[in-house]
Design a protein around this ligand. Sequence first.
Ligand SMILES: [Zn+2]
Length: 196
Amino acid sequence: MRLVDVGGRLIEVQVRESARARVVRAVFRYGDQAELVVPVGTSGRTVDRALREYAPWLARQAERAPEPVLTLPPLTETQGRCRARALVTETAEEEAPRIGVVYRRISIRDTSSRWGSCSSSGSLSFSWRLALAPRRILDYVVVHELCHLVHHDHSRRFWSLLAGVRSTYREERRWLSDHGWELLAYRPPHDALGDV
Ligand SMILES: [Zn+2]
């Protein structure tokens, strides 16, 4: 974690090595947090230079970071996981036959950057925080992951399959890019003892 001074304001930047990264890039998350994704083995000097270069951009992003607009249901994490599992399962059971796919199992996680994922063995995982989102957003993420059982990438074929089974997907993706940070920033109240 590095602190970058952008015109008197400190922004936390998480520096993360990624095997998939080919170039250094910065990602602004929410609040005062950003991430610098670098290829594995990037030198400290390159990181320093990138942080200097990105500072003005980070400052602009921090200024633009929106105020929360959603009223989130006051779920504890246990309640959220429970609700996410029930809704995700319901949607997956309904949508999988329609798309013509079979999944193996569903797990619910607390992920910081992905709403859902799909393994090559057919296991699906989802963020419990989708329970905080409107139902159509959760449904979109489920359909998105089910489509990955056909195409394990974000190729043109993947998006055209998705468009065919979920015509509203563009709007739902936009919702996630506008409001997803609010779901991630949500700090659930503690679960009562024994409520686990
Ligand atoms: Zn995807």
